[in-house]
Write a protein that binds this ligand. Structure first.
Ligand code: KIV
Ligand code: ZN
Length: 522
């Protein structure tokens, strides 16, 4: 165990859902959506929020700025490459935060130096020190990351870290950028760096792991077991490629195995489940049913022997309780006789605190649904809030579905007629297709003139029963940029049309926030 590790047993949680998490294909979020998530992250008790990469686009800059205004307890940082321009932009974006900071990075592995940066080790060292020294003139809190640290020469890492600590870095982050490390190896690397870096006892050591081999949580635990005191992670483990360390998993591992690791976090674990659902609703990235901690099956016991054991004594097969992560114990069913007050109370219980105007919109949708469907479950309410409020692209929608009619039979050619509002006018078209969904998408494509490609299309029943709402997710790609769209409706063709239109509106929204630099590599 390191010098530092023996002194403290609280691990800081650095949440990067809004930055690395947003790098999940299709997960781009609007400024408003990021603000909603940031508020919930504060409630959850994270120590640091990485709100974006300010220099990458006007949208990211604006998100970081807004998050700084909305939260007061967590530190808010912006990512910045080790360049003055990026650092200036990051500093400007966090200037109104109560506890501001910047997170600057440069790659240190030979593979990145040679093929990506085309820089020598000396040049990288100089750029890193220059960036930290420059930032130090304006802010006290600087985190430095050596991108691709796990594939870098440890001797070079020690040299770079020593110099950036001397220049004023407060947190040293060791990323396993490509998800390549093995837990014992990553733990040993962390111990070696902490032990041998001059000044290492003055900083917080941090782990940032990707999940390409499914080892991100294990590697993060190995890091803290070997002296790191910060874990960088995302809600539901979303992020670049296979994602990042999952916040809920790593937090519950620390809490459940406190007897072994003697470490804990400042997280209010009862907020884990609502936060996980919220992020899934906003991004449209579903939570796998077998996902540890927050998946639908995480506390479901199927085998007879298991059920018998749990009924006799819960701990026979349960190492943590559903209540401890905030799974609602009472699953109230609502229906068409439920009033506004009951609906409002249920929203609050599910973690949604809506403005009066949003609440009115959600209530109208609830009433429409309750007319079609006898029982309205929590999942239905989440879908309504997701669709009506959370997934709005941040400015008025350009496209709105006004009318849809589909004809489909066992021997005819399926066809669809769709009327859309496009900006200020209304347009109607008719098309046939291979199936009802195909016909419907063809008409929408014709009306909107979109050149996007459909990359993925999935349908899920939100609850059981043939009257269940179908939830459709789709990902479309245009000019190399992917967005996801979601739609929920008791009719799955309607849900499909809504999902496609939602994605098209998001693509339109992107035109308002064009990237200033292309997001690169982290
Ligand atoms: O994966 C990575 O290396 C990163 C850094 C910017 C920390 O995201
Ligand atoms: Zn990363």
């Amino acid at each position: 165990m390191s010098k530092q590790g023996t002194e403290q047993n609280v691990v800081q949680i650095f949440d990067t859902t809004l930055r690395d998490g947003e790098q999940s294909p299709g997960a781009s979020m609007t400024v408003e959506q990021k603000v909603v998530i940031a508020r919930q992250l504060e409630k959850l008790g994270v120590d640091v929020i990485e709100a974006g990469f300010a220099a990458s686009s006007d949208g990211d800059f604006e998100s970081v700025r807004r998050v700084c205004q909305e939260v007061s307890r967590p530190r808010v940082v912006s990512l910045a490459r080790a360049q003055e321009g990026d650092i200036d932009r990051a500093l400007k974006a966090v200037e109104h935060a109560k506890s501001p900071g910047i997170h600057t990075f440069i790659a240190t592995s030979d593979i990145h130096l040679k093929h990506k940066l085309r820089m020598t080790r000396e040049q990288v060292l100089e750029a890193a020190v220059k960036a930290v020294s420059y930032a130090k003139k304006f802010t006290d809190y600087i985190e430095f990351s050596a991108e691709d640290a796990s594939r870098s020469d440890p001797e070079f890492l020690i040299q770079v870290f020593r110099e950036v600590i001397r220049a004023g870095a407060k947190t040293i982050n060791v990323p396993d950028t490509t998800g390549y490390a093995i837990p014992s190896e990553f733990g040993a690397l962390m111990a070696n760096l902490i032990e041998r870096t001059a000044g290492g006892e003055r900083v917080i050591w941090s782990a940032h792991c990707h999940n390409d081999l499914g080892l991100a949580v294990a590697n993060s635990l190995a890091a803290v077991h070997n002296g790191a005191r910060q874990i960088e992670c995302t809600i539901n483990g979303i992020g670049e490629r296979a994602g990042n360390t999952s916040l809920e998993e790593v937090v519950m591992a620390l809490r459940t195995r406190k007897n072994y690791l003697d470490l804990d976090t400042n997280i209010t674990s009862e907020q884990l489940y609502p936060t996980s659902r919220l992020v899934s609703q906003v991004t449209g990235i579903p939570i796998p049913i077998n996902k540890p901690v927050v998946g639908d099956n995480a506390f479901a016991h199927e085998a007879g022997i298991h059920q018998d054991g749990v009924l006799k004594y819960k701990q026979t097969y349960e190492i943590m309780t559903p209540e401890s992560i905030g799974i609602p114990g009472n699953r109230l069913v609502m229906g068409k006789h439920s009033g506004r007050h009951a609906f409002d109370e249920r929203l609050k219980y599910l973690g949604f605190h809506l403005s009066k105007e949003d609440m009115n919109r959600a209530f109208l949708r609830f009433k429409e649904l309750a007319d079609k469907k006898k029982n309205v479950y929590d999942e239905d309410i989440e879908a309504i809030v997701g669709e009506e409020i959370l997934r709005m692209p941040g400015q008025p929608d350009r496209f709105e579905l006004l009318y849809l009619n589909v004809n489909s039979s066992s021997d005819g050619v399926p066809s669809a007629t769709v009327k859309l509002r496009v900006g200020g006018s209304e347009k109607t078209e008719h098309e046939s297709g291979d199936g009802a969904v195909d016909a419907c998408f063809k008409v929408i494509t014709k009306i909107t003139g979109s050149h996007s490609q459909l990359v993925r299309y999935t349908v899920n029943a939100i609850t059981g029963g043939t009257d269940a709402q179908g939830e459709v997710s789709c990902i479309i790609e245009d000019d190399g940029f992917r967005v996801s769209g979601q739609g929920a409706h008791t009719d799955i063709i309607m849900a499909s049309a809504l999902a496609y239109i939602n994605a098209l509106n998001k693509l339109e929204g992107r035109k308002h926030y064009r990237p200033v630099v292309e997001k690169e590599g982290p």
